[in-house]
Ligand binder design. Structure first.
Ligand code: PLP
Length: 396
């Protein structure tokens, strides 16, 4: 097989819902990926914030091998051990008390929306944010504050309103007697790597307490050490009522979860919510192995340190190439550079790829960097050199 043969197979049999970069990935090691033509890429995307431990991590491979000898799936009609151990580890390392397991980020957000409505006992309105992203299922899509994703799929679910992100007074004015929750990302990733300020996040939490609203944080992309703490909310000195996780939770395999405070979780009764595959013995075992590595090997601290270095280098790039780059920003290892209008984001991304660096876009004009969290300074230096050279050679 070569790249072209994989492209042809894909184009013939897969629905055209993704605009793919012209490479077909075959395998990977650490922070590097290889395609079917034998080319090497430095991966600064990590499956879009999924592969926190990079590729072919020996401890994850060992866990997968061992767990593959056991149960893959039974049913949530029975007790199994790994899902409770995974829940315990998540709870022990957060301010939440109970978990519900599912299979993806969108599904975790569906669960959060349902739990909020059940808890609200008649109150149902959720104030989400403009420019947010919560996933592609109808509930999560309805909570997403970007009409481009909803176009063609209307009508959205009722009960969602959108406040400008990071604007407390606008949010405050939108609360009604029907409002049950405020739902937001602790850093808007898909929206363009937008970091809210601490005062805003603390005021939102205080408002939720005063008005008896739930604070729901979508940590699907920011969770699992990505921003330099296990959960991004831990940067802000707040304690949300619900957080949703997926992406990096499963060490590269699909799993999602919603964590909630006990008092909120208590609104769900048997039969209210379920998922056939949610919390299966195999996948929760893999996720537990991955989480233990993240915690024991202090990957959050490493991501914070490496991310701070990377951001300072990107800021220098922004100054050096100030005719093409507006700003460098982000938290931990979820960073971006905002390009000026004279630079085409898609063309620039394609050139980075040609030069051996995998990235993705965020928002309309931001190059997103979300490398595996295990990268070292040398990987950052290599990526910076590629970005620098590509900017120098990019004819705007
Ligand atoms: N929420 C956020 C913040 C995300 O970034 C994403 C995916 O990019 C999702 C939800 C949806 O997750 P999934 O694609 O696993 O459904």
């Amino acid at each position: 097989m070569n790249n072209k043969e994989v492209f042809d197979l894909t184009d013939q049999y897969i629905m055209y819902t993704y605009k793919r970069f012209p490479i077909a990935l075959k395998n990977g090691k650490g922070a590097y990926l290889y395609d079917y033509d034998g080319n090497e890429y430095l991966d600064f995307l990590a499956g879009i914030s999924v592969n926190a431990l990079g590729y072919s991590n020996p401890a994850i491979i060992k866990a997968v091998k061992e767990l593959s000898e056991g149960l893959f799936h039974t049913s949530n009609l029975f007790y199994t051990l790994n899902q409770s151990l995974l829940a315990k580890t998540l709870v022990d390392n957060s301010d939440l008390d109970k978990a519900f397991f599912c299979n993806s980020g969108a599904e975790a957000n569906e669960g959060a929306i349902k739990l909020a409505r059940k808890w609200g006992n008649g109150r149902y309105e959720i104030i989400a944010m403009e420019n947010s992203f919560h996933g592609r299922t109808m509930g999560a899509l309805s909570a997403t504050g970007q009409t481009k994703y909803q176009k063609g799929f209307e009508p959205s679910l009722t009960g969602f309103k959108f406040a400008p992100y990071n604007d407390f007074s606008a949010l405050e004015k939108m609360i009604t007697e029907k409002t049950v929750a405020v739902m937001l990302e602790p850093l808007q990733a898909e929206g363009g790597i937008i970091v809210p300020n601490q005062e805003y996040m603390q005021k939102v939490e205080k408002l939720c307490r005063e008005k008896n609203l739930l604070m729901i944080l979508d940590e699907v992309q920011t969770g699992m050490c990505r921003t330099g703490k296990l959960f991004a909310y831990q940067h802000f000195g707040i304690k949300p009522d619900i957080i949703t996780l997926a992406k990096a939770l499963g060490g590269g395999l699909p799993i999602g979860t919603m964590l909630a405070k006990a008092e909120v979780a208590a609104s769900f009764e048997p039969g209210n919510h379920a998922s056939t595959f949610g919390g299966g013995e195999f996948i929760t075992g893999v996720a537990l192995a991955s989480l233990n590595i993240l915690i024991n090997e202090k990957i959050a601290e490493h991501a914070a340190e490496t991310g701070a270095y990377f951001l300072s280098e990107l800021k220098e790039i922004a100054v050096k190439h100030n005719t093409k780059v507006k700003e460098a920003r982000g938290m931990g290892l979820l960073l971006g550079i905002e390009l000026k209008d004279n630079v085409s984001l898609s063309e620039f991304g394609a050139m980075l790829l040609k030069n051996g660096l995998l990235t993705a876009s965020a928002g309309s004009n931001v190059v997103r960097f979300a490398p595996p969290l295990i990268i070292e300074k040398e990987h950052v230096d290599k990526a910076i050199k590629i970005v620098d050279d590509t900017l120098t050679n990019f004819a705007s």
